[in-house]
Design a protein around this ligand. Structure first.
Ligand code: SAH
Length: 346
């Protein structure tokens, strides 16, 4: 069975050709699948302008397979909704729906599990189970729209998984949700976050020059970065920052560096100074993230005052930095924690 959500519009056009159908049927079907927020068709019967024999044929060979809501936690503080979605094969992934002044945003997962091994992250504890398909990534948006009845205008690929370790499906996913006949989400409203797989940064800049790029940096020197993020042994900071510079030159787009503050590990004044020296002059922005403590690890969060001091030190050195506002603090909204707690219940 084909999951139609895995296909781009031109791929559905090819399918129509194979079925001996006119090309415009593809746009009709695509339109039904992605209709208005929360109202996309899940069955072919709803597609009233598609001929009955084609609807029947489609039902024989394909599905519109949306992830199923297994669990929702809603924050009492800010309305953030955290979903645990079940996939066809029994795997589960997490997404977080957030309300901002500029619209609704969702953080989606790109893999079930992760093999990058970052030492502070819960998503990688059980290793990688498998890549998500394009339709399984897009389906998280559709299911959340269906559940809330609200349109989602911004997407961050910052949930479980390393998107550049699943590049083909990520790429398809971006094209599907960007399509005016699909969800019509602007390239500039999409952000992809990577732990720093250097060769893919160049490819991404070539393929998607308008999509925002975020890099998980988390350290100011190779020794401590390698201790936190094994990927740094393969792609050390020098190479990573060089790729980021080429990216900003080519795209004229600002790179966001994510820096999770871990008490006593990467939050000293010296760290701030080293980081500032590395980034000064680059078209970038540093997003400081207070660590979400993971019970399997004994890292501690940097306090509010120390985080502010770190930010000020960067700013004084000419590197723009903000401390990320925490949404959904009361619902374990971060980083693979819900998926894990459910896996261990089984
Ligand atoms: N693999 C990608 C995207 C998923 S992780 C990446 O590495 O960027 C999304 C972000 O959450 C990354 O910056 C990651 O380092 C950060 N993160 C992971 N665990 C965290 C934790 N316990 N507390 C705070 N941030 C965390």
């Amino acid at each position: 069975m084909i999951n139609l959500l895995d296909l781009q519009l031109n791929e559905i056009e090819e399918l129509m050709k194979k079925l001996g159908q006119p090309k415009f049927r593809a746009a009709q079907i695509f339109g039904w699948m992605y209709k208005e927020a929360g109202k996309g068709a899940e069955s072919f019967d709803e597609m009233t302008n598609v001929p009955a024999d084609l609807r029947q044929k489609l039902a024989e060979i394909s599905t519109i397979g949306l992830p199923e809501v297994l669990k929702v936690q809603e924050s009492k503080l800010d309305g953030t909704r955290k979903y645990l979605f079940g996939l066809e094969d029994g795997n589960a992934v997490e997404s977080v729906f957030m309300r901002y002044k500029f619209g609704n945003s969702i953080c989606v997962s790109s893999q079930a599990g992760c093999r990058m091994g970052c030492s502070f992250c819960a998503s990688t504890l059980g290793g990688l189970t498998r890549n998500l398909t394009a339709g399984e990534i897009a389906g998280q948006i559709l299911s959340a729209e269906r559940d809330t009845g609200e349109r989602i205008s911004h997407v961050v690929v910052m949930g479980t998984g390393e998107p550049f370790d699943n590049y083909e499906n990520l790429s398809s996913f971006i094209k599907i949700i960007n399509s005016p006949k699909g969800l019509n989400i602007g390239m500039r409203n999409i952000t992809v976050s990577t732990c720093g797989i250097v060769p893919m940064i160049k490819r991404f800049g070539d393929d998607f020059p308008q999509v925002n790029l975020a890099i998980s940096l988390h350290a100011s020197d190779n020794e401590s970065r390698s201790a936190l993020m094994p990927v740094n042994r393969k792609y050390p900071m020098g190479e990573l920052l060089k790729a980021c510079r080429s990216y900003t030159e080519k795209t004229s787009r600002r790179v966001t560096f994510e820096y999770t503050l871990v008490k006593g590990v990467n939050d000293s004044r010296e760290d701030a100074d080293r980081l500032a020296k590395l980034l000064r002059g680059m078209l970038c922005h540093v997003n400081l993230i207070p660590l979400n403590t993971v019970k399997e690890r004994d890292f501690e969060t940097t306090g509010k005052a120390a985080a502010a001091a770190f930010r000020n030190r960067l700013e004084e050195s000419g590197v723009p930095a903000t401390i990320r506002r925490e949404l959904g603090d009361d619902i374990d909204a971060a980083c693979g924690q819900l998926r894990r707690s459910t896996m261990s219940e089984k």
